[in-house]
Design a protein around this ligand. Structure first.
Ligand SMILES: Cc1ncc(COP(=O)(O)O)c(C=O)c1O
Length: 381
């Protein structure tokens, strides 16, 4: 028997009461489900910190990215996309796939996107229709300054699209205050729910663009979603992932109970404790000092050790799931998750497993050094 721990930065641990809420099957065209959906739609506004309508889509987060693009843009529209990681790169791929005229701004994997690059791009081409940015780039463990980008985009006619798939419900994300026109997220990270539901908060500016945008869309049509969600009680155009909506209802209730400020403070503390452990073990961070995300900590694998081997070892020997690298970082880094339903003891367990795993794979680490450093941060708060 091996106890299992999921410490990946998505999917993330699901609280028991969230999981249990999925046991009962309710029909989606009933007043009972309508009430649940109404609470969830309202709760999503709370977590997105927005008055905008939030579209609820049955898909993983990528469906939200696709929906945001196909509803608001037309072939040949010029967009600036920041691509400093696997998920920024996915925005580039989607933009290219749907025939947008993509200005791709590459920044180092481990560095954050620079608002000055956006200013330059906008100066060079005032016809830009969209700016695409990832808030928390889960593949590199970097957080971007959405607020700074928002200030720049607000002064233009361009739409500001932000992938907040791993950031929402973990780090501050102020959709309205920061001027985000298309704020995208998913269920399986900060929202502590299994994967399968995506959300997009759509601003008035984006709704105006939807009226004239011509890219083809069907399943992810926002007008259809809005028409159904506006009914009383609200509905969805097609069969939704009913049990996931039930689960979200409970998970958002937990976030409300804790309060967003406390949720963000918890993530900040756990990120700090994890970083202290990594430093104490003499390991190197992928992200530079000022831009390390509170969602996951990305670490270079020690010389001579493929990160995939460490990930496999921890899973097979200890039942502990951490994440390896993705894209160009595959095999080279590992990522320690601390997003969503984590407590102090999850942080300590993850670090303890890491220490044992590294030692067993021949890396000379001092057993207990990381745990002790993490514990000290946790004790001081
Ligand atoms: C920042 C970010 N964007 C996009 C995605 C893709 O989301 P999904 O796998 O839910 O389609 C992820 C998932 O890991 C992510 O972390």
């Amino acid at each position: 028997m091996k106890k299992e721990y999921i410490f990946t930065p998505g999917p993330t641990p699901v609280p028991h009461r969230v999981g249990l809420s999925q046991v009962r099957m309710v029909h989606h065209r009933t007043a009972e489900f309508g009430e649940i959906l109404a609470r969830v739609l309202d709760g999503l506004k709370f977590v997105f910190q927005t008055d905008n309508e939030v579209m609820l889509l049955t898909s993983s987060g990528t469906g939200g990215m696709e929906g945001a693009i196909t509803n608001c843009f037309s072939q040949g529209d010029k967009v600036v996309v920041f691509a400093g990681g696997k998920f920024g790169q996915r925005l580039v791929e989607l933009a290219n796939y749907f025939g947008l005229d993509t200005i791709e701004i590459q920044h180092g994997w481990g560095d954050c996107a620079d608002p000055a690059d956006l200013e330059k791009a906008l100066e060079a081409d005032p016809g830009i229709k969209g700016v695409f940015l990832t808030q928390s780039e889960t593949s590199t463990g970097v957080v971007n300054d959405v607020e700074a980008f928002g200030r720049i985009v607000k002064q233009t006619d361009a739409l500001f699209l932000v992938d907040a798939i791993s950031g929402l419900g973990a780090v501050d994300f102020r959709t309205d205050e920061w001027g985000v026109d298309l704020a995208i997220s998913g269920s399986q990270k900060g929202l502590m729910t299994p994967p399968g539901v995506a959300f997009v908060a759509v601003s008035d500016k984006a709704w105006k663009a939807i009226d004239t945008a011509t890219l083809p869309r069907y399943y992810f049509c926002f007008k259809a979603a809005r028409a159904s969600q506006s009914k009383s009680p609200p509905q969805t155009p097609y069969t939704p992932a009913i049990t996931l909506v039930q689960a979200l209802d409970v998970a958002i209730g937990m976030l409300r109970e804790e309060g967003l400020a406390n949720v963000f403070a918890r993530h900040e503390l756990f990120a700090r404790a994890t970083r202290a452990a990594v430093e104490a073990l003499g390991l190197r961070f992928v992200a530079s000092d000022h831009n390390r995300a509170n969602v996951c900590t990305s670490v270079w694998s020690p010389e001579g050790l493929k990160s995939g081997d460490l990930v496999k070892h921890l899973r097979n020997d200890y039942g502990v799931s951490i994440a390896g690298g993705q894209g160009q970082l595959k095999g080279k880094i590992f990522r320690l998750g601390h997003v969503g339903y984590f407590d102090e003891f999850d942080i300590v367990t993850q670090v303890a497993a890491l220490e044992l795993g590294l030692k067993e794979l021949g890396v000379p680490v001092e057993i207990g050094a990381g745990v002790s450093a993490a514990m000290k941060v946790l004790a001081e708060g």
